[in-house]
Design a protein around this ligand. Structure first.
Ligand code: FAD
Ligand code: SF4
Length: 470
């Protein structure tokens, strides 16, 4: 069914929810986007053309029913929209906040061609936040409970996506995580200015009321052995992420004052959430000249956390040009507004200093021939060496898989790069070589996105229901 005013998008432009001004948000950690006002949400949702063959849905990794819930929002039917959102996505309020929409749903919106894409992400966040505020909860009244129970290792988006589908189908999930709070990188990685921590604690309460059990501060392989879990549960899902930090392989990376990105971000979260065990754990950028190496989401989060910790300057050096940055354009723009200085086409070749980092030696690069992935390979410009002075350096080159040494004993195979083998196209999707163990998220696909981890967790859960014959 077409919406009544087909050409509304000509008169009503795209309007994003208001942002806290850069001057103010540089000093605080809270989310920078204000909530939509109800009228604005429905007006913006009404811009949707209700395309017969919606590209946005196809591009969204969980294939959300986007035009359908946009229509419900334009009609003010938030509770029904929330029901529909949850049919395909376990954490819509999180995806609405952190998906790189410009590369996914909104990038594929027909209106993106000149008129401004529909604000799909902000509406998705609005739907769930508003529904929760109205007291909405997932309806579990028709669930027929089976006697099956599944252990989920990892309370990140993959594990939570899996637990959500299992519990809605009457299979009891028990979710183990070594951290004291659920969320994985949503809590201990992505900073509050993108995703406030109360969003995950609210979701934890919802999951617990649905029947998901969390056993936190419990490391599998140390506090509890997976062998014991395999005996006790009918099946296991592993969503343990990727936690080996990539190194640059140049001199000086071990100098005091050089930090990997994730420990820095985690130390900030631990201080803010009161999980810090001792004050020395905190990596403090106050008054320092900080240089961040890398150009992805993690680098942007390091830049903007350093700004909020009152670094005296923050410079981000990236080896390709701006158009080739892997992260979300929106977050690069936000970082620039907050005062991060970008040096594009700079490749680090050494970190220099005597007993403490003093600077980063870089060379300029220009883009050469495309590599096997079609991305242009950076080439060094001769004689272009320079030193960027620094009191602290944050290395954000990404993550490699971190398979546990006990995987092999349990028959869980990994590929050459350490990713767990759990093919989507197998008899049971995302089943590992041990038939009782399924896996998904970053540990299977390599470091990627929240929404793809959710999708894999959900698809694995559906396959586990078949496997368990529920
Ligand atoms: P994780 O989120 O890593 O969760 C794995 C969980 O398993 C963790 O909680 C861990 O503690 C637990 N675990 C591991 N081993 C054990 C064990 N032995 N016992 C018990 N528990 C264990 N993606 C986006 O879409 N948008 C963004 O803006 C974005 N920003 C990012 C910023 C940063 C700084 C980082 C690091 C990543 C970002 N990502 C972003 C990527 C995204 O966070 C990940 O792709 C996603 O979280 C992967 O989900 P996962 O469930 O596979 O793993
Ligand atoms: Fe867009 Fe992500 Fe929501 Fe899909 S889950 S509609 S890609 S914001």
């Amino acid at each position: 069914e077409r919406l009544s005013n087909d050409f509304q998008f000509v008169e009503v432009g795209r309007v994003d929810p208001a942002k806290v001004p850069a001057k103010k948000r540089k000093k605080e950690f809270g989310e920078i986007y204000q909530p939509f006002k109800p009228d604005d949400a429905s007006t913006q949702a009404h811009r949707c053309l209700a395309c017969g063959n919606p590209y946005c849905e196809w591009k969204c990794p969980v294939h959300n029913y986007i035009p359908n819930w946009l229509k419900l929002v334009s009609e003010g039917n938030i509770l029904k929209a929330a029901e529909l959102c949850h049919q395909t996505n376990s954490l819509p309020e999180v995806c609405g906040r952190v998906c790189p929409q410009d590369r996914l749903c909104e990038g594929a919106c027909t209106l993106n061609d000149g008129f401004g894409a529909v604000t799909i992400g902000s509406v998705e966040k609005y739907i769930t936040d508003t529904a929760f505020a109205l007291g909405w909860k997932p309806d579990m009244s028709n669930v027929q409970w089976s006697d099956k129970k599944v252990a989920v290792i990892g309370a990140g988006p993959a594990g939570l996506g899996c637990a959500d589908v299992l519990v809605r189908n009457g299979v009891k999930p028990v979710v183990f995580d070594r951290y004291p709070e659920i969320g994985g990188l949503l809590t201990f990685g992505i900073p509050e200015f993108k995703l406030e921590k109360s969003v995950m604690s609210r979701r934890r309460q919802v999951f617990e009321e649905m029947g998901v059990e969390f056993r936190l501060s419990t490391e599998i392989g140390k506090d509890v052995m997976l062998e014991d879990i395999i005996d006790e549960y009918d099946a296991v899902f592993m969503g343990m992420g990727t936690y080996n930090y990539m190194k640059g392989g140049f001199p000086g990376e071990d100098l005091p004052g050089v930090y990997d990105a994730l420990p820095f971000l985690i130390s900030n979260v631990n201080r803010r959430l009161g999980f810090e065990k001792s004050a020395d754990e905190f990596i403090d950028m106050k008054g320092k000249r900080v240089v961040v190496l890398g150009g992805g989401d993690t680098a942007m989060d390091c830049n903007r956390t350093s700004i909020r910790q009152q670094a005296s300057s923050v410079t981000c050096a990236y080896r390709r040009d701006e158009g080739n940055m892997p992260g979300s354009r929106r977050e690069v723009a936000n970082a620039k507004e907050e005062g991060v200085k970008f040096l594009f086409n700079r490749q680090p070749i050494a970190i220099i200093g005597e007993d403490q980092v003093e600077g980063v030696k870089v060379v300029q690069t220009r883009l050469g021939e495309p590599d096997e992935n079609g991305r242009q390979r950076p080439e060094v410009v001769p004689g272009s060496e320079e030193v960027i002075p620094a009191d602290a350096v944050l290395v954000a080159f990404g993550f490699r898989p971190s398979p546990a040494d006990w995987f092999g004993d349990l028959g869980v195979k990994t590929d050459d790069s350490g990713r767990v083998t759990a093919p989507e196209a197998g008899e049971f999707a995302f089943q590992t070589n041990n038939p009782k163990i399924f896996a998904g998220g970053d540990m299977v696909r390599g470091s990627d996105l929240v929404v793809t981890a959710i999708w894999e967790g959900r698809e694995a859960a559906k396959a586990m229901l078949d496997y368990l014959d529920v």
